[in-house]
Design a protein around this ligand. Structure first.
Ligand SMILES: Cc1ncc(COP(=O)(O)O)c(C=O)c1O
Length: 484
């Protein structure tokens, strides 16, 4: 099941601009609805209001809406079933997300400007942390080296970090794994069976979608509005779809950079608890607050039972090359996850865990430099867009690694294809969506140096000028491009 759009919401989204497009209202309305489906403002598989209620909300005749719906049905943008209503669709059996093929960042040629990866380089302190870890290694070599839940020192250090952030945590509630993505795969493997529903943000992190696909589960996409999470829509989707799992990035969301307010955290935790849904909070970006208001308390502080599982890692706070992350859950769930994990890759490497222990303990000292660097690069990126593509709009993120641009036209895939030809690797909006086409949006991370960002944005803006939006032409298949 996907979302449904009420008549008043749809009338608000349509605005009045469409009325002047054609002296006859029905084709003008059909054109605007089709454009919104293609460029991702309207989700695919969303239930539209009845002809009568939309006509009343728009102040037009029911026949006008009926003829617009007929036109959309004829061209494949609407499916209508007797008694079940009208649902947005894409023609020729195209589905949102089908163009997505995620490949490893290692696949990008060295001379290509890589804007497809939102991951910073290693911090200065890495070599010193590795040296200290080597000194620690002899303490471990008498043992067998297999510990599916991780070494005690790292579990303790991660638990202390959670506790310092206001989420009291015992080391037994922490399981070490090979990154947040590995943690999500393990949770899916433990708690979901093929066919289960998993609630996701739309847009959201592409590899959340690939993990859900790998577990042969079905994503239920809940749209993020321009103002962020819609708690009503979350509650509605949880109540009606009863998903086994829901996954979100509440702190500096990838790709939008938004942070979920405390009240929404409390509401979605409560909704998940009522439905028996486990809520997975991906905290990969939680240590990357650059400026702006303090973060609300971690989502798991709102739980009153074992509803929330938190996954996190050192990939963004320190370095992705370490491949060290963790899952925070009840002691019992940690035991079960460790058993699942033991059957797969047995355990995480001891030396990397020792390095990670040093880095977690040193985070408070190391993070300010990282924050300063990222804030400079974010400001440089936003300045470059203001200079070269002032018609692109985005909310300024106060943390994380990404900006999410509304290009104003459905050109994202064509722009990314053209950019690849020009030596810039950037991920189209379609990679981040399970429920819309995403064609109007582009994610730009701010991890590259300022001059590289300036140059890349200037070239992207120049390339964008000559493109024809897909809602002015035939809807195209999306480009298959990388995303991390
Ligand atoms: C939201 C989110 N989750 C997970 C990951 C993957 O993290 P890790 O390297 O810890 O597996 C990323 C990396 O970009 C991310 O942005």
């Amino acid at each position: 099941m996907a979302s449904s759009v009420s008549a008043s919401t749809l009338a608000g989204r349509l605005g009045d601009g469409w009325r002047g497009r054609d002296p006859v209202l029905a084709p003008a309305l059909a054109h605007e609805l089709r454009a919104q489906v293609i460029d991702g403002r309207l989700p695919v598989r969303a239930r539209l209001p009845s002809e009568r209620s939309l006509a009343a909300a728009l102040g037009v005749s029911r026949g006008t809406v009926g003829r617009a719906y007929d036109e959309l049905t004829r061209t494949g943008f609407l499916r209508r079933t007797q008694g079940a209503g009208s649902w947005t669709a894409l023609p020729d059996g195209a589905r949102p997300g089908v163009g997505l093929r995620v490949t490893l960042p290692g696949g990008v040629a060295p001379d290509v400007v890589n804007l497809s990866v939102a991951a910073p380089p290693a911090p200065e302190g890495l070599a010193a942390a590795a040296a200290r870890a080597l000194d620690e290694l002899p303490r471990h070599t008498a043992g067998m080296g297999y510990g599916a839940a991780g070494i005690d020192d790292l579990r303790q250090a991660v638990a202390e970090r959670f506790s310092a952030r206001g989420l009291p945590t015992r080391p037994g509630q922490v399981m070490v794994c090979g990154g947040a993505q590995h943690g999500l795969h393990l949770v899916l493997g433990l708690l979901c069976k093929p066919g289960d529903r998993v609630l996701v943000d739309d847009p959201g992190y592409p590899r959340t979608l690939t993990a859900i696909a790998a577990a042969r589960c079905r994503p239920v996409a809940v749209p993020l509005t321009p103002d962020g999470w819609d708690a009503d829509a979350w509650e509605h989707a949880i109540r009606h779809t009863r998903p086994a799992l829901a996954v979100t990035v509440a702190d500096f969301h990838n790709p939008t950079g938004r942070t979920m307010p405390a009240e929404t955290r409390a509401r979605i935790v409560a909704a998940c608890a009522r439905a028996g849904t486990t809520l997975v909070i991906d905290e990969t970006n939680a240590e990357l607050r650059l400026d702006g208001p303090p973060l609300p308390p971690p989502v798991a502080t709102f739980e009153r039972g074992p509803t929330v599982i938190t996954v996190g890692s050192l990939s963004k706070a320190s370095w992705g090359g370490l491949r060290v992350g963790w899952v925070r859950a009840s002691g019992r769930a940690v035991g079960e996850l460790a058993a699942v994990r033991a059957d797969q890759d047995a355990a995480s490497p001891i030396l990397e865990q020792l390095v990670a222990t040093q880095l977690v303990r040193d985070l408070d000292a190391a993070l300010p430099a990282r924050h300063r660097l990222l804030a400079q690069r974010r400001d440089a990126l936003i300045g470059a867009v203001a200079r070269h593509a002032p018609h692109w709009t985005a909310r300024m993120p106060h943390g994380g690694l990404c900006t999410w641009w509304d290009l104003g036209r459905a050109v994202s895939s064509s722009l990314c294809e053209a950019a690849l030809g020009a030596g810039i690797h950037v991920t189209p909006g379609s990679a981040f969506t399970a429920g819309t086409t995403g064609e109007r949006f582009l994610r730009l991370p701010y991890v590259l140096a300022e001059d590289e960002l300036e140059d890349a944005v200037a070239r992207l803006a120049a390339l964008e000028e000559g493109l024809v939006p897909i809602d002015a032409a035939r809807p195209s298949r999306r480009a298959a491009l990388d995303a991390v």
